[in-house]
Design a protein around this ligand. Structure first.
Ligand SMILES: Cc1ncc(COP(=O)(O)OP(=O)(O)O)c(N)n1
Ligand SMILES: Cc1nc(C(=O)O)sc1CCOP(=O)(O)O
Ligand SMILES: [Mg+2]
Length: 202
């Protein structure tokens, strides 16, 4: 499986409706602090938009809702993984991406036979408090050697200027939140990401 080098992460279907039509081919819906009923609606709308534009939707955390809504790709962190039913996820034919932050987590993640591994935070992030110090792009090489052909996602503090650095250190895809969603002009910033990743899309 190949992942697009530009992996957008947003917290609403509204963002997906704004940015996916610009050409984003890989997008995660990562919603916190909403009810399950509200998240179901968001997933449904996001799925329809992604289907219309040929974009791969990945649902964060809410694997049961993702299955019920007919989505095909989820992302889980290590704490999510502890309580998730991997058998049900596989039986539903879901692809699975997993977060890792250290070697022990990588071992746990690999045992779950994921479809990609994410490593973060590569740089300091302002989105959420992290227990881990920034990994630095060099650590991506170490992860790539350990996971072989499995796609590797870099996340945390990425911006258009840091893209080439992470992709040239072994990441197959660069995930981003605030460099786009907190930008004064998110559409223009998204176009910059699309242009900056074009050479890695061949
Ligand atoms: C691509 C990608 N990588 C890492 C994460 C973080 O997942 P997790 O550790 O479960 O934290 P939350 O995002 O749920 O706060 C991610 N969402 N996507
Ligand atoms: C959601 C998330 N997970 C991370 C991890 O390291 O697992 S870093 C992160 C935040 C990414 O946001 P930004 O691009 O704004 O830094
Ligand atoms: Mg999570």
């Amino acid at each position: 499986m190949r992942l697009d080098p530009f992996y957008l992460i947003v917290d609403s279907a509204e963002w997906i409706s704004r940015l996916v039509p610009l050409g984003v081919k890989l997008v995660q819906l990562r919603i916190k602090n909403k009810t399950a009923a509200e998240i179901r609606v968001e997933i449904r709308i996001a799925k329809a938009i992604c289907a219309a534009y040929g974009s791969q939707l990945i649902v964060n955390d809410y694997w049961q809702l993702a299955i019920e809504e007919g989505c095909d790709f989820i992302h889980l962190g290590q704490e999510d993984l502890e309580v998730a039913d991997l058998g049900a996820i596989r039986a539903a034919g879901q692809k699975l991406g997993l977060s890792t932050h250290d070697s022990a987590e990588l071992e746990t993640a690999m045992a779950a036979k994921p479809d990609y591994i994410a490593l973060g935070p590569i740089y300091p992030t302002i989105l959420k408090q992290m227990k881990w110090s920034p990994q630095g792009p060099e650590r991506l090489r170490v992860w790539k050697e350990r996971i072989g052909d499995l796609p590797l996602v870099a996340i945390g503090g990425l911006n258009a200027d840091r893209l080439d650095g992470v992709l040239s250190h072994g990441a197959d895809s660069a995930a981003v939140v605030t460099d786009i969603t907190l930008n004064a002009d998110p559409e223009t910033r998204t176009r910059q990401w699309l242009a900056a990743t074009a050479a890695w899309r061949q």
